[in-house]
Ligand binder design. Structure first.
Ligand SMILES: Cc1ncc(COP(=O)(O)O)c(C=O)c1O
Length: 438
């Protein structure tokens, strides 16, 4: 069992004289200087997580590529950090590809794993020479027409397979199974690749992503078994040597202090080794092993600092009202997710009391932490909400007309603004009032 202090330290946090430090910086001073709410990212943690994973892959199967799932956090600085580590990218929209290209990412290292692709999406990808993971057999025909219209060669194609076994931290993040909208089911796979061969595609990849926030490596095992059996049958039936086999993302992180981090050595045993065994049979060629982690690389790199403005006893329970809400971090409201919350100034506080930590959004569901045991809180206190680097800002909104907060990056005790906080004026941008309304 990881000790609490150790669990915090793994996320760049520690208390010094009762004050919470993040990335070696005093969180109270950061809140004072930059205001709240604010997202603060420790560059070092992203690099560390990337290297842990990359080393594991390199020691087991050299021909590998990590494609960072941009949907988790598409800030340009984060993309740049991962570029310098040698990462590839997995994108789900034109916007994500656009951001990658803006920071100089080589189009060859981008995969486009969209769903419900439009012809415009295909034109954008084909024009930019981006590899596509198709999500439906019906899309192939439209993609071919786009190639023909643009006079572009058909090079490599990949399909997203639904291995009919999914997992995840919430029903909405399970992305495989018969009821799920993603990918193509096993009985369509042969036809899909045959059609692609007949249409003139010469090179092939294959893709799966079973879900998000998986902390039990055994969940990967079952999906990998089904998936690899599909890959093998496909390769031998159609004589395909795959350029890549992509296992998707989904690697979870310990959001709760009692949770152990995902044991990536077991992931290696359950996913990479069986893959390697199949490669050694010679049936599927010597494909690149690809994975697409988002959360694993960046979730733990970021905290949100938020200030308590109201302590309220409604006669039944205690609420601590803060300036961050589900507009800032939607995961607790959307998925019932747990994000650990720390008081930044614990000094001299001994009474431990139960609070609901409530945001300012006009909805009862705007609770970022339920039944949290915290030292006695006071108006003006600063709290840190942990693990907000993945699906934090990326899912933030300006609901209730609240400007989205800014983002800071810390590198070796230097602080960089990587996104300005929005202003009230920003909220009105792009709107216009028709003349007849005066
Ligand atoms: C296709 C695909 N790849 C990768 C990911 C990243 O998942 P995670 O952040 O859980 O690693 C997702 C997340 O939804 C996804 O849909």
């Amino acid at each position: 069992m990881t000790e609490y202090k150790e669990w915090l330290r793994n996320k760049g946090l520690d208390y010094r004289d009762g004050v919470l430090y993040f990335a070696d910086m005093n969180t109270l001073e950061l809140a004072e200087q930059y205001g709240t709410p604010i997202y603060i990212t420790d560059e070092h943690i992203i690099r560390k997580r990337y290297r842990e994973l990359k080393n594991l892959l390199d020691t087991e199967y050299k021909n590998n590529q990590i494609h960072y799932a941009v949907k988790a956090n598409s800030n340009l600085a984060i993309l740049k950090i991962l570029k310098s580590e040698g990462s590839g990218y997995d994108c789900t929209s034109q916007g994500e590809i656009f951001a990658c290209l803006k920071v100089g990412v080589d189009p060859k290292s981008i995969l486009y794993t969209g769903n419900m692709f439009t012809n415009k999406d295909f034109e954008f990808a084909v024009n930019n020479n981006i590899i596509i993971n198709l999500d439906s057999v019906s899309q192939l025909d439209r993609l071919i027409k786009v190639h023909n219209k643009l006079g572009k060669q058909k090079n490599i194609i990949s399909f997203r397979i639904n291995p009919e076994f999914g997992a995840g931290h919430h029903a909405h993040t399970i992305t495989a199974g018969k009821e799920i909208k993603f990918g193509i089911l096993e009985d369509q796979v042969l036809d899909a690749y045959k059609l692609a061969q007949n249409a003139g595609f010469k090179k092939f990849g294959i893709h799966q992503h079973i879900g998000s926030g998986i902390i039990n490596p055994k969940d990967f095992e079952k999906a990998a078994e089904n998936y690899l059996s599909i890959v093998k049958t496909l390769a031998s039936s159609l004589d395909i040597k795959f350029e890549f086999v992509d296992f998707g993302g989904g690697l979870g992180i310990p959001y709760k202090p009692e949770e152990e981090p995902l044991d990536i050595d077991i992931y290696r045993d359950m996913v990479i080794r069986p893959f390697k065994e199949i490669v050694e049979t010679g049936v599927i060629g010597t494909p690149t092993f690809k994975i697409e982690p988002g959360r694993f690389l960046c979730a733990e790199s970021t905290i949100i600092l938020t200030q308590i403005n109201t302590i309220k006893n409604n006669g039944f329970k205690l609420f601590a009202g803060i300036d961050a809400g589900f507009n800032t971090l939607i995961r607790p409201t959307m998925y019932g997710s747990y994000h650990h919350i720390e008081l930044c100034n614990k000094q001299g506080r001994e009474d431990i009391i139960e609070y609901d930590i409530a945001g300012p959004i006009c909805e009862s569901g705007d609770i970022l932490g339920r039944k949290r045991m915290l030292p006695k809180l006071e108006e003006g206190d600063i709290l840190a909400i942990l693990d907000a680097g993945a699906y934090g800002f990326a899912m933030a909104s300006s609901y209730n007309s609240r400007p989205r907060p800014g983002e800071l990056l810390i590198n070796n005790k230097s602080v960089f603004k990587i996104r300005k906080a929005e202003t009230l004026e920003n909220l009105l941008e792009g709107q216009s009032i028709p003349k007849h309304l005066g």
